[in-house]
Design a protein around this ligand. Structure first.
Ligand code: FES
Length: 75
């Protein structure tokens, strides 16, 4: 399993209402990689994680997909 350490400081849910769904054409892509600069929406930053190795935990400086990637742990 690929994994990365992300700093996240939100304290509550992001509610996607009908108006936003309508604006997006009925589909909203929610970021699951943790690197989007437009959370909770996916902005394509997940492409940076496509070559991560299984069993390794990575960290990206400033949680930026273009930031330096370092290995946090390698089990
Ligand atoms: S899933 Fe995180 S930017 Fe796309």
């Amino acid at each position: 399993m690929m994994a990365r350490k992300i700093t996240h400081d939100e304290e509550g849910p992001y509610v996607i209402d009908e108006d936003e769904l309508e604006e997006q054409g009925g589909t909203v892509a929610v970021c699951q990689c943790g690197l989007s600069a437009n959370k909770p929406h996916c902005d394509g930053s997940h492409h940076a994680v496509s070559d991560e190795d299984d069993g390794v935990v990575y960290e990206y400086s400033d949680d930026d997909d273009e930031g330096e990637r370092t290995v946090v742990s390698d089990d």
